[in-house]
Write a protein that binds this ligand. Structure first.
Ligand code: COI
Length: 359
């Protein structure tokens, strides 16, 4: 290990106030966080320190011009206490693709992996072991120049914090197929995991929630006739003949869970088709009774069924009841992560406790 990380650990852990039996997603954070800064064209000042507020200038470039990107990933601990990460280098690859699109610097693999390993090991007591729970990890990067004017920042911060979580969605979803608002357009930043994409989705999502839906199912910005994603997750439609998911483009996020599902199902001989999925086709499949199941996929969302979609004011119920593909997929991924099932794809990375730096 050649990265020099300055480490300051908490004097007393706050874990005794954490109720691992009743976890609400996104509200409790572990004891530590990782930070480093990009200055003079290099990443420097690597530090693992107590989780705390940070002091920033009101002129901070990220706050005004939106150079802010992030990732979402999870660590789990199996019954032997072994901690694993799932496809961490794929998260890094996506972070660096987002960085390129947002004119931000790329992050070296060594920094990313050390940050994850160190944080996960030092806060390993926080990894919940109850079924369906895990340690959500949030790596993120933002522009830190103090400057008024639109130009790429010259300085950035990369940070990682972690959060014990259970499921993001506690029930099957009712989604509204969006016909008016647009999350992302061709040539835009929809494929980047940047903060602005989430901001853009909030108002239409609120309108949909006011109508009783859980999420918006976004469609393409030009014609509103092809499915894209929900904004927190990718989407799959299972018919008697095939498993369909919208093909990747520059207006939807290349989910790592999406990719894992496609590869897993294809390895089982299933017919997974990445294509443009039109809303008209979806409605027609539904009307002919061909839709067996629909689900969304994401790190936070895991694999969550869609129980109803609405289009042009009409609701369509998806009667997925038993033998759910979603259940099989979740079980397989969980068992792979827990090292119970073999991992023919080399997706699972074991975190080595011995690699923790002591202060
Ligand atoms: C994730 O799935 O990790 C995400 O970043 C989505 C976010 C809405 C929690």
């Amino acid at each position: 290990m050649s990265l020099k990380i300055t480490t300051k650990l908490v004097e007393e852990s706050k874990i005794s106030s954490f109720d691992s039996e009743n976890i609400v997603f996104g509200h409790v954070f572990t004891d530590h966080m990782f930070s480093c800064d990009f200055r003079n064209n290099e990443w420097q000042n690597f530090r693992l320190e107590p989780f705390d507020n940070i002091s920033l200038s009101p002129t901070l470039s990220a706050l005004h011009y939106g150079q802010a990107i992030f990732e979402g990933m999870k660590a789990v601990k199996n019954t032997d206490g072994v901690i694993t990460l799932f496809r961490p280098l794929d998260n890094l690859a996506r972070l660096n693709r987002s960085a390129k699109r947002m004119c931000m610097p790329s992050l070296p693999a060594e920094v990313f992996m050390e940050a994850l390993q160190q944080l996960v090991v030092v806060d390993s007591a926080w990894i919940p072991t109850k079924e369906g729970s895990s340690l959500y990890i949030r790596p993120f990067m933002f522009a830190t120049d103090d400057y008024l004017g639109v130009k790429p920042s010259e300085s950035y911060r990369f940070m990682v914090y972690a959060c014990p979580v259970s499921s993001y969605y506690s029930h099957a979803l009712k989604v509204k197929v969006e016909e008016h608002y647009t999350r992302a357009s061709a040539g835009g930043v929809g494929a980047a995991k940047c903060a602005g994409n989430y901001a853009a989705s909030m108002y239409p999502t609120k309108l949909a929630q006011d109508e009783g839906f859980d999420q918006v199912l976004w469609t393409d910005g030009e014609t509103h006739s092809y499915l894209e994603e929900t904004g927190t997750s990718n989407v799959f439609v299972i018919t008697d003949e095939a498993i369909y998911t919208p093909e990747l483009s520059d207006s939807l996020l290349a989910g790592i869970t999406r990719d894992s599902i496609i590869k897993l199902l294809r390895s089982q001989g299933k017919n997974v088709i990445e294509t443009k999925v039109s809303v008209n086709d979806l409605v027609e499949w539904h009307n002919k009774g061909l839709v067996k199941e629909m689900f969304v996929s994401g790190t936070a969302a895991t694999v969550t069924n869609i129980e109803l979609f609405s289009y042009k004011g009409q609701s369509y119920k998806v009667n997925a009841i038993d033998n759910l593909l979603s259940t099989d997929i979740i079980k397989t991924f969980n068992q792979m992560k827990a090292l119970v099932l073999p991992d023919p794809f080399n997706w699972v990375t074991v975190v080595k406790a011995s690699e923790l730096i002591t202060p």
